[in-house]
Design a protein around this ligand. Structure first.
Ligand SMILES: NC(=O)c1ccc[n+]([C@@H]2O[C@H](COP(=O)([O-])OP(=O)(O)OC[C@H]3O[C@@H](n4cnc5c(N)ncnc54)[C@H](O)[C@@H]3O)[C@@H](O)[C@H]2O)c1
Ligand SMILES: O=CCCC(=O)O
Length: 535
């Protein structure tokens, strides 16, 4: 666990990130894929063949969109073109679904041990190619290299975890209430799965779904996010090298056609399961679309995490936890602290220590040395952050630190911001900011803060800091969330069930619970059994 935390979260601050940018001149090994972009800033890959341009991975082959259409992908730090990707449409997606359906007939009958070995091989390849995967993540997502490396480790660990689960899929023997009957259950793979993932963890959100799906014998069509398609396509290349049979993993891309491809995945009767990570409005739409064919569904949606610091907490520990939870990936994770509640007796001390830590951040291009926080993903994200800060300011909050865009760095950069004097009338109290803005809300009593913490339609993660054992149990039990961090701001772990309640969705990813999301339970009754032996 400690290792995971180190790799995931503190690496960006600790490591001196070596700049990987080169301008113009490209050595021979970086020949084809980058050649037409030679005048832009191009990061160096050790293995350039991991950069897949203009092709998706379907039925074990690299294919273009039937229409020939492509969309552009831009570096969020520089705005420069990274490359183009196929604009798949419903027909292209249908081909991928057919490939997955054909592969399912064979793959479902492989033994758990065989599937385990395939996942393990894929894991090994991710580890071997970690530097290149991290480079792709930083390039298209913007997070600093050290954080991107942390994501690769986190992502690969889902394959490792589920490779270990694959050979251990058990059913039950059930005592029947009917004399002579024998009742068993077997766990079967649900079938072809449509997996739709967001840009904030270009690798980990995919492996967290694909790992359990393959472990139990499902086949998948992954719709990669239009903002960050190259990391998923590199994963597809590694799947190919790992010997994953053709059609078992298909990775497709779309930007403008996203809704059309989503419609195909959610309405095609061959697809038996949809797993989606993204915003609550899109999750609701996909659920509606799935209702026509009653697909099994997992929805990992938006949050609005309360982070509560009681006056009996270790303030320094709480500050460290709040920094990690709030500013991970520049605030762009669904489990980031969104509302930081601090009990009045320690409010000023906490605010001062917290702001001092934020002041140490270095914002910049994720490839640059010493940078701890990168850009946001796009202009829409910047607009939302700006709106939340201005709204809070107008309603009386004090901007202690930051509060503005950083146009000198690029259009997608925003200052890490600390606001004090927050109240529940402000937009940040009700909406997920998804950016580097920490609003500190004062509170007086435990009852009050738990009531406010729960007064939101979503419930993904919640955190609190306290040294009172009774309070620890009480508050953990009363928070209406799917995941609670007590005296820690970091809860993500492939071994732990990840998921929400209320409008944060349902289903659990990672852990042994993650396996069940891709299975159906079949009950078999054998009648007329159990007669006594004739002596
Ligand atoms: N609970 C979690 O595990 C989790 C993880 C990451 C992000 N999120 C949430 O995601 C949101 C941020 O990401 P976003 O703004 O990109 O979310 P989004 O819902 O707009 O997009 C997420 C993914 O869904 C795809 N998508 C969008 N509309 C679609 C449609 N009609 N049909 C099919 N696919 C469609 C997008 O291309 C993208 O790949 C936040 O609310 C965040 O909390 C949740
Ligand atoms: O943003 C959502 C996922 C974050 C995580 O897995 O820690």
């Amino acid at each position: 666990m400690a290792f995971l935390h180190r790799t995931l979260f503190s690496a960006s601050r600790a490591a001196a990130v070596k700049s990987q940018f080169r301008r113009s001149a490209l050595p021979a090994i970086v020949a084809d894929p980058f050649s037409r972009l030679a005048s832009t800033m191009v990061p160096k890959l050790k293995d350039p063949s991991l950069f897949k341009q203009d092709v998706c991975y379907v039925n074990g082959e690299w294919v273009k969109a039937k229409s020939g259409k492509t969309f552009e992908v831009h570096d969020p730090a520089t705005g420069q073109l990274i490359g183009t990707c196929p604009e798949f449409d419903a027909q292209d997606a249908e081909k991928a679904i057919k490939a997955a359906a054909a592969a399912f007939e064979e793959f479902r009958h492989r033994t758990g041990r065989e599937r385990s070995k395939l996942l393990r091989k894929w894991y090994d390849l991710m580890v071997e190619n970690a530097d290149d995967l991290a480079t792709l993540i930083t390039w298209e997502n913007g997070k600093p290299t050290a954080d991107a490396k942390g994501e690769v480790t986190y992502a690969a660990n889902f394959f490792e975890w589920f490779s270990e689960e694959a050979p251990r899929i058990y059913g039950d023997t059930i005592p029947s209430s009917v004399p002579g009957n024998r009742v068993f259950t077997v766990k079967e793979p649900v079938g072809v799965c449509g997996l739709i993932t967001p840009w904030n963890f270009p690798a980990a959100m995919i492996t967290r779904k694909v790992g359990p799906a393959l472990a139990v014998g499902c086949t998948v069509v992954v719709k990669a996010p239009g903002e960050t398609p190259y990391t998923p396509l590199a994963l597809a290349e590694l799947a190919h090298r790992a010997g994953i049979p053709k059609g078992v993993v298909n990775i497709i891309t779309a930007a403008q056609n996203t809704a059309e491809v989503g419609q195909e995945l959610t309405t095609n009767p061959t697809v038996r399961k949809i797993s989606f990570t993204g915003s609550t409005p899109v999750g609701k739409l996909l659920m509606k679309q799935c209702s026509g064919t009653l697909k099994k569904l997992s929805l990992e949606l938006g949050g609005n995490a309360p982070f509560i610091v009681f006056d009996d907490a270790d303030v320094d520990l709480a500050v460290t936890g709040a920094i990690a939870s709030k500013f991970r990936s520049s605030g762009q994770t669904c489990v980031c602290a969104n509302r930081i509640f601090v009990q009045r007796g320690i409010y000023d001390e906490f605010a001062a220590k917290f702001a001092a830590k934020v002041r140490e951040f270095k914002v910049g291009n994720g490839f640059d040395q010493g940078v701890t926080h990168g850009p946001l993903i796009h202009a829409r994200a910047i607009d939302k952050v700006e709106q939340h800060v201005r709204d809070a300011e107008q309603k009386g909050a004090k901007v202690v630190l930051g509060g503005h865009k950083l146009p000198d760095l690029g259009p997608n950069f925003f200052q890490p911001t600390v606001l004090t004097g927050m109240t529940t009338r402000m937009a940040m109290a009700a909406e997920e900011t998804f950016g580097p803005v920490a609003g500190l809300f004062p509170f007086d009593t435990e009852d009050e803060v738990v009531r406010i913490a729960n007064s939101t339609p979503v419930g993904l993660a919640g955190y609190f800091f306290s040294r009172d054992l009774h309070r620890v149990y009480r508050v953990a039990e009363h928070l209406e969330v799917g995941m609670v961090g007590v005296n820690t701001g970091l809860i993500s772990d492939p071994a732990a069930p990840f998921g929400g309640v209320k409008e944060s969705g349902f289903g659990r990813e990672g852990s042994l619970y993650g396996i069940g999301e891709y299975q159906v339970t079949k009950m078999i009754t054998y009648g007329g059994m159990g007669k006594p032996l004739q002596r």
